[in-house]
Write a protein that binds this ligand. Structure first.
Ligand code: RP5
Length: 162
């Protein structure tokens, strides 16, 4: 069983999650992705989380659009960390999903990232930082990513352009 279980609510959510999958690969984090709707397949979602926990999954990422209850339901079913990605799937531009994912009641936390593609990427970065607390190899990858990111952001102004 992989370290991270990514669950989304529909096949239509998968393309936007590619950024998450690619980054998890880059960090050397094993993962699996499943399409299980909290609304349409409630029993299957409960069974999946029980199996995943029993098999050693350390962290869940849930992604959904519209009335996005999937990450919250994941958090209700496990004591492992849950990261929620609100997706832009409807006429409210993802604000509907954002509110649904972020506004969890006390005691059932979902670490909510940005709407859509930026959130999908940050879910992987946040997962890596959480797992890095107990895995020095992942910690090295996190450090290397931050160094590379800073180098890519660096801009030197040519004095000749002044
Ligand atoms: C949510 O409803 C899914 O996560 C998806 O973002 C949205 C629409 O689902 P489909 O109608 O495309 O299956 O549950």
């Amino acid at each position: 069983m992989p370290t991270v279980a990514v669950v989304c609510g529909s096949r239509s959510d998968l393309p936007i999650l590619k950024g998450c999958f690619d980054l998890l690969d880059g960090y050397g984090i094993s993962w699996e992705a499943s399409v299980i709707s909290a609304h349409r397949q409630a029993d299957a979602l409960h069974a999946y989380v029980a199996d995943a926990e029993a098999s050693g999954v350390q962290l869940f990422i849930g992604a959904a659009g519209l009335a996005a209850h999937l990450p919250g339901v994941l958090a209700s079913l496990t004591a492992k960390p849950v990261i929620g990605i609100p997706l832009d799937g409807g006429s409210l531009g993802g604000a509907d999903a954002l509110y649904a994912v972020v506004q969890m009641p006390p005691g059932v936390p979902v670490a909510t990232v940005a709407i859509g593609g930026a959130g999908a990427k940050n879910a992987a970065h946040l997962a890596a930082r959480i797992l890095a607390l107990s895995d020095s190899t992942i910690a090295d990858h996190v450090a290397a990513f931050r160094t590379e990111q800073a180098q890519q952001a660096e801009v030197r102004i040519d004095p000749g352009l002044k």
